[in-house]
Design a protein around this ligand. Structure first.
Ligand SMILES: Nc1nc2c(c(=O)[nH]1)N[C@H]1C(S)=C(S)[C@@H](COP(=O)(O)O)O[C@H]1N2
Ligand SMILES: [Mo]
Length: 234
């Protein structure tokens, strides 16, 4: 992972200890940084501090990507596929998705690298309501979230996805989710670190058990409970 040009699809070296791992992300405005290493953070931290938040916005968000370009949302052609171990695979248009039962919440968002955004307003659909028409089969115990941003993928057990504050969200802060935050839909699970909150979700597949997600292959915990997994301070 030598290529640290802005927006590049970087692959971090596998961390032996999580604290030595590197975490490549892009920030609004095209800065690219290694979020883990304090040394490489250096100069950039003067511009974007964890306290003052994302560049220009003051929101606290940092925009992360793994590919060189962000997926573009085309409302007319976009479809959300719900498949895998289901009796009735679905392909939902944006319109159909928005017609599902809606839920709203205000919750906190934690990235495993130590930044937090409080009071984020979300609107979306609870997974129970999202999956109802697809009729999950009895052997399915987990959800696979495939991002349109390849090769980002992550997993939740059904039990985790059924937490009362987990959802597939299409609104953030009272407006449709912006491209950089995962338009049109992203996973929201405030009790877990940000890497479980997959952006640009294109497919939700019912699978037997959780597999290894994008960041987990570099050493992050599959069960990304905030405060109870290998995040802060390691
Ligand atoms: N497709 C995709 N989803 C992703 C990521 C990513 O790089 N690609 N990064 C994850 C991580 S580690 C965090 S902390 C959050 C950051 O959300 P934001 O980019 O909206 O600030 O998105 C998560 N979802
Ligand atoms: Mo993160």
């Amino acid at each position: 992972m030598d290529d640290l040009t802005p927006g590049s699809a970087g692959e971090p070296a596998a961390p032996r200890r999580i604290g030595r791992g590197v975490f490549l992300g892009t920030v609004v405005g095209g800065l690219s940084s290694l979020w883990w290493g304090q040394a490489v953070w250096g100069g950039v931290s003067k511009v974007v501090s964890p306290v003052t938040g994302a560049i220009g916005l003051g929101s606290g968000w940092r925009i992360y990507t793994v590919a060189s370009t962000m997926p573009v949302f085309e409302p007319k052609t976009w479809r959300l596929k719900i498949g895998g171990m289901v009796a009735r695979p679905q392909e939902l248009s944006y319109h159909e998705l928005r017609a599902l039962p809606q839920a709203t919440q205000t919750s906190v968002f934690h990235c495993v690298t130590g930044w937090t955004v409080n009071g984020v307003e979300w609107r979306g659909v609870r997974f129970k309501d999202l999956l109802a028409a697809a009729k999950p089969l009895p052997g399915a115990h987990a959800l696979e979230f495939v991002s349109a941003e390849k090769p980002y993928v992550d997993y939740l057990t059904l039990e985790q996805a059924m937490l009362p504050d987990a959802m597939l969200a299409w609104e953030m802060g009272g407006q449709p989710i912006l491209q950089e935050h995962g338009a049109p839909v992203r996973v929201v699970i405030p009790e877990m670190y940000g890497y479980k909150n997959v952006k640009w979700v294109a497919e939700v597949n019912l699978v037997r058990m959780p597999e290894v997600g994008y960041w987990e292959q570099y050493g992050y915990d599959n069960d990304a409970w905030v405060g109870r997994s290998n995040g802060y301070g390691l």
